[in-house]
Design a protein around this ligand. Structure first.
Ligand code: NDP
Length: 464
C-alpha cells in the first residue's frame, strides 16, 4: 500500500468515525447541532477523498458537475422547504438515496460487462442484485409516500383485487432473477429488467399502506435506502459506503421499531395489514355538531384552571404557532398554572416533529411529556388545549374496531375536565376520520388558524 493510499484509508476511517459520533450526538437536543456539523464534516472529508481516489483524473469533471448539481438542489431545498413539507423532503431524500444505489450498481455492472470473460464473485452478484432491488423499491416506494404526504395520492390504503397475489408473484420473479444472474452475471438487460420489476414492486408495497401507518413506512424506507447504499458499497468495494449505509440502515430499523411500538402495530401488520381490508375506510356520515368557543370563553376557562396540558399536533406546524403557545403558557405560569405539553410520538408528519417545533420556541424540554408519562395525568387536569392535533387524540382508537386508528395508543385528552380545541374548520386528521372528542359536551372549538386563535386567547386573558 502506497503512502497516499494509507493516508486516504485513514481519512476515510476518520470520516466513518465522524458519522458514528455525529449520529450519537443527534440523540439529544442539546448536542444535535454539533452532531449534525460533525456528520457533515465527515461527509466533506469523504468527498475530498473521492477526488483523491478518482482515476483517471478526467473523472474530476463528472464529479464536479455532480457535486454542483447536488449542492444546488440541496441548498434550494433546505432554504425553501416549509417546515410542514419536511417529511416530503425526507421521503424524497430517501428515494434519491435508493436511486443512487441502483445507479452505482448499474454503472459497475456496465463497466464489468465490457470484459465479458471476467469472473465475478457470488458476493458481487448477490450485492448487485440486492442494491438494484432494494434501491429501486426505495425509490418508487418513497415517491409513492411523497405523493401520499403531499395529498397527490389518497393517504388511505389503496387496494385492488388480487394485490397480494401480484406482489407475491413479483417477489418470486425477483428471486428467479437472482438465480439467472448466477448463470449470466454480466447480462445488463437482465439487470435492467430486475431493476424495473423492483420499481413496480416498490409502488405495490407502499400503496396499500395508509392513514396513521405512514410514519412506519417512512422510517422503513429510510432504513431501506441505507441497506441499498451498503450493498452498493460492496459492489464498488467502498468501505465508507458500507459503513455509512449500515449506519442508516440500522438507525432506520431502530426508528421503525420505535414507530411500531408507538402505533401498537407489528411491522408485519403494517406492511401486510391493509391486505384484505375494505378499500376505503368507513366515512362517518353522522357529523355531530361542535360547540363553538370564542377566544374569551377559552381565556376564561384557562384563567380559572390550575393545571393545563397543551397537546400540539400537525396544525401547530402548519400555523407555526410554537412561539404563541410559549407566550400563552408563560402568561398562565405567571398566574401559578401548572403547564405541561403532551407529545405523541407520531404527532405531526415526521418523527420528533413536535419536539423540534417546541424546542425552536425555547420551551423547556422537561415540560415535554411523552405519552406514557402524561396519559395518567389528564384525569386530574382542568383543561386540555388541543392545538391542531386530531388523530393522536381520537378516542375511537381505543374503542371503535372499524376505525383505521383502532389499536393506536392515543393521548387521553378526552379525560380532562374541559377540552379546548383549536382548528380551522371541520377538517379531519391524516387518517381521514371524524374525531368524537371534538363533539363531547365538555369540549369547545375555537375556530381559526391556531396562531391567530392563541394570540387572541392571550389577549383576552390579559383583560381578565
Ligand atoms: P392530524 O393530521 O391528525 O390533524 C391535524 C389537525 O390540524 C386537523 O384536524 C386540522 O383541522 C388541524 N389544522 C390544520 N391546519 C391548522 C391550522 N393552521 N390551525 C389550526 N388547526 C389546523 O395531526 P396529528 O398530529 O394529530 O396526527 C398526525 C397524523 O399524521 C397521524 O395519523 C400520523 O400517523 C400521521 N403521520 C405522522 C408522521 C410522523 O412521522 N409523525 C408521518 C406521516 C403521517 P382543520 O383542517 O379543521 O384545521
Amino acid at each position: 500500500m502506497s503512502a497516499l493510499q494509507f493516508i486516504v484509508e485513514m481519512m476515510l476511517l476518520l470520516a466513518s468515525v465522524g458519522f458514528i459520533i455525529g449520529l450519537r450526538m443527534l440523540g439529544s437536543p442539546t448536542s444535535a447541532r454539533m452532531g449534525n456539523a460533525i456528520g457533515a464534516l465527515g461527509m466533506l472529508v469523504a468527498v475530498i477523498m473521492s477526488f483523491v481516489l478518482a482515476r483517471p483524473s478526467s473523472e474530476y469533471a463528472g464529479l464536479l458537475v455532480a457535486i454542483l448539481l447536488g449542492s444546488l438542489v440541496g441548498i434550494y431545498a433546505a432554504r425553501k422547504v416549509e417546515m410542514t413539507a419536511m417529511p416530503q423532503l425526507v421521503a424524497a431524500f430517501n428515494g434519491v438515496g435508493g436511486a443512487a444505489s441502483v445507479l452505482v450498481a448499474v454503472c459497475e455492472m456496465m463497466r464489468l460487462a465490457q470484459s465479458p470473460s471476467l469472473e465475478v464473485s457470488p458476493i458481487f452478484i448477490c450485492t448487485a442484485w440486492f442494491s438494484a432491488v432494494v434501491g429501486a423499491v426505495t425509490f418508487t416506494g418513497s415517491m409513492c409516500a411523497y405523493g401520499k404526504l403531499e395529498g397527490w395520492i389518497s393517504s388511505r390504503a389503496v387496494l385492488f383485487c388480487g394485490q397480494r397475489i401480484v406482489s407475491g408473484l413479483i417477489f418470486l420473479s425477483l428471486l428467479a432473477g437472482l438465480l439467472l444472474m448466477f448463470q449470466e452475471p454480466l447480462n445488463t438487460n437482465l439487470f435492467w429488467t430486475i431493476t424495473i420489476v423492483s420499481a413496480i414492486f416498490g409502488v405495490l408495497l407502499v400503496l396499500p399502506i395508509g392513514g396513521a401507518d405512514m410514519p412506519v413506512v417512512i422510517s422503513l424506507l429510510n432504513s431501506y435506502s441505507g441497506l441499498a447504499a451498503m450493498a452498493a458499497g460492496f459492489v464498488v468495494d467502498s468501505k465508507l459506503l458500507i459503513i455509512a449505509g449500515a449506519l442508516v440502515g440500522a438507525s432506520g430499523i431502530i426508528l421503525t421499531r420505535l414507530m411500531c411500538t408507538a402505533m401498537n402495530r407489528s411491522l408485519m401488520n403494517v406492511v401486510f395489514g391493509a391486505f384484505g381490508s375494505s378499500v376505503i375506510a368507513q366515512q362517518n356520515a353522522d357529523e355531530k355538531p361542535l360547540r363553538e368557543f370564542t377566544s374569551m370563553d377559552a381565556a376564561m376557562l384557562l384563567h380559572d384552571a390550575s393545571r393545563v396540558i397543551f397537546v400540539p399536533g400537525y396544525g401547530l406546524a402548519v400555523s407555526q404557532a410554537q412561539h404563541n403557545i410559549r407566550d400563552l403558557a408563560n402568561a398562565l405560569k405567571e398566574s401559578g398554572v401548572d403547564i405541561r405539553y403532551a407529545v405523541h410520538p407520531v404527532a405531526g408528519r415526521m418523527p420528533g416533529h413536535m419536539n423540534v417545533l417546541l424546542a425552536e420556541a425555547d420551551i423547556p424540554y422537561e415540560e415535554l411529556k411523552d405519552l406514557e408519562e402524561v396519559n395518567g395525568e389528564f384525569e386530574n387536569t382542568d383543561v386540555a388545549v388541543i392545538i391542531g392535533a386530531n388523530d393522536v387524540v381520537n378516542p375511537s382508537a381505543r374503542s371503535d374496531k372499524s376505525s383505521p386508528l383502532y389499536g393506536m395508543p392515543i393521548l387521553n385528552a378526552d379525560k380532562a375536565r374541559s377540552v379546548i380545541v383549536l382548528k380551522r374548520g371541520r377538517g379531519t386528521g391524516f387518517a381521514g376520520v371524524e374525531n368524537p372528542l371534538f363533539s363531547l359536551e365538555r369540549s369547545g372549538v375555537v375556530f381559526g388558524d391556531a396562531k391567530k386563535s392563541l394570540s387572541a386567547i392571550l389577549n383576552d386573558l390579559k383583560h381578565l
